[in-house]
Design a protein around this ligand. Sequence first.
Ligand code: GDP
Ligand code: MG
Length: 597
Amino acid sequence: VPISNIRNFCIIAHIDHGKSTLADKLLQLTGTVQTRDMKEQFLDNMDLERERGITIKLQAARMRYLLGNEPYCLNLIDTPGHVDFSYEVSRSLAACEGALLVVDASQGVEAQTLANVYLALENNLQIIPVLNKIDLPGAEPARIAQEIEEIIGLDCSEAIHCSAKDGIGITEILTAIVKKVPPPQENADKPLRALIFDSYYDSYRGVIVYFRIIDGTLKKGDKIYFMASEKEYFADEIGVLSPGQMPVGELFAGEVGYLSASIRSVADARVGDTITHFGKKAHSSLPGYEEATPMVFCGLFPIDADQFPELRDALQKLQLNDAALKFEPESSSAMGFGFRCGFLGLLHMEIVQERLEREYNLNLITTAPSVVYRVNRLNSDTIECSNPSFLPEPGMRKSIEEPYVKIDLLTPKDYIGPLMELGHERRGLFKEMNYITENRATITYELPLAEMVGDFFDQLKSRSKGYASMEYNFIGYRESDLVRLDIQINGEPVEPLATIVHRDKAYAVGRALTQKLKELIPRQMFKVPIQACIGAKVIASEALSAIRKDVLSKCYGGDITRKKKLLKKQAEGKKRMKAIGKVDVPQEAFMAVLRLE
Ligand code: GDP
Ligand code: MG
């Protein structure tokens, strides 16, 4: 089709408002996938994603659509649905001219809706409002349309009423995409510039790169150059996504496609990078490229020391497909050999941990996540510290800075009180509150990222009965009065349990943490003291009393199944234990600091 008949668009929505369901219906109605080929949801094709109902990796699909007798080519670019991946979202939006804004008509605008809309507006996208789930008895499309107009200032007089589930409004959406989203600009004669919005590693073909050509033309076999990674390759195969990969000979400005070029790691073809021709380079790269900066670190240690090489291999393999994952070897007397790993955020961390265990069959102990501190030392240099046990002693440092985030909460007015309490408990600096409608308000705080790592989101949900939503952005480093809290078990320091806390909270955290550890660590044959210290000073102390009897003596004589069950339970528990000196410490103990009352 001519470029005037191409439309590139994405779908933005708050989680669970129906983005994936709608994408599937668009693919079905345009005959892009046959119903019988459909997996649960075609666009979210990673198992983990499907289980968690979140979109992690971006994908794209080309649809053919006839309006009257005119054939159109509609490229749908999917976006991830979690704040950890907002950079990826912004690059996908930059590859489009328009966006469907999907809002659940029984829920209304949420924090992520707003954040996504702002990203779309920054990228000058034409936004088409879609009110989804109108089949629900509680749906109030008229009221929600008004809410969108008030909050976002978007004209909703032509908002489309839709039920992605029942297939209502799908044709109207396709027609609106053709009529309202502008076609790409005709830049085919300029030097090549293509924006990478996704890439993944395939063990047979190397990295597959998804891109949108902004300027110029790309032919199969061309020698290409990645402007940020400064790597050159031959584009062995190029093609379109329909939605399976279909090779073509040539792609033009405005089109969306994929390429493979025997690229060995996604780090060479990172999201946001610009592809140009090696022999005829563009003058400047496309705007918006950012290096991935890990914000959260944790230690990963194999329970069985023999699995160390396997863990290293697995991390290397995951990194081929994940340029944001960082790791380096770490060892401690308590834990033996493992790795310190860096992640974009908590979700990213959980995904990597889960994949290591499921796909690589590793048995790991994970230490509590830490943010990256900046320590200004007496000798006037500044070091970064992502491992609390390595924090320089007070005599060595002038000051410590910690990362701060701006968080925007969106909540019904009934929960403003409880949420402001939460903000206060987490050392939040209240910035502002605005009523966006009569019943709902946004609350903005600046607070330390360290206070958000852990159960902040769970607390937000439980204190608002599930009704509040949030978004956050990193805003920079600030100086804080922080101290290191060390934990000793049976007189031995356990480095992975060390944590950095604000001085004002140190005593409370020390007390709560020793109590929690006492609950979590199984009793031993001898008495085990558990202590929290700042420097040489013990600030809290508990003791596990000794057990004398054999566990099996609890069971009544002949009940063999019960005995077996008990032994099995013990064996399972063992898998998740790390022997620290003479004491077996279970996985939960390493995470205890995240869930203190
Ligand atoms: P996403 O997180 O935005 O991708 O949302 P999903 O497409 O995964 O949908 C979230 C939930 O809402 C799923 O249980 C869907 O079945 C359901 N859902 C999606 N669209 C509709 C709809 O139009 N009506 C109803 N009743 N449920 C819907
Ligand atoms: Mg989804």
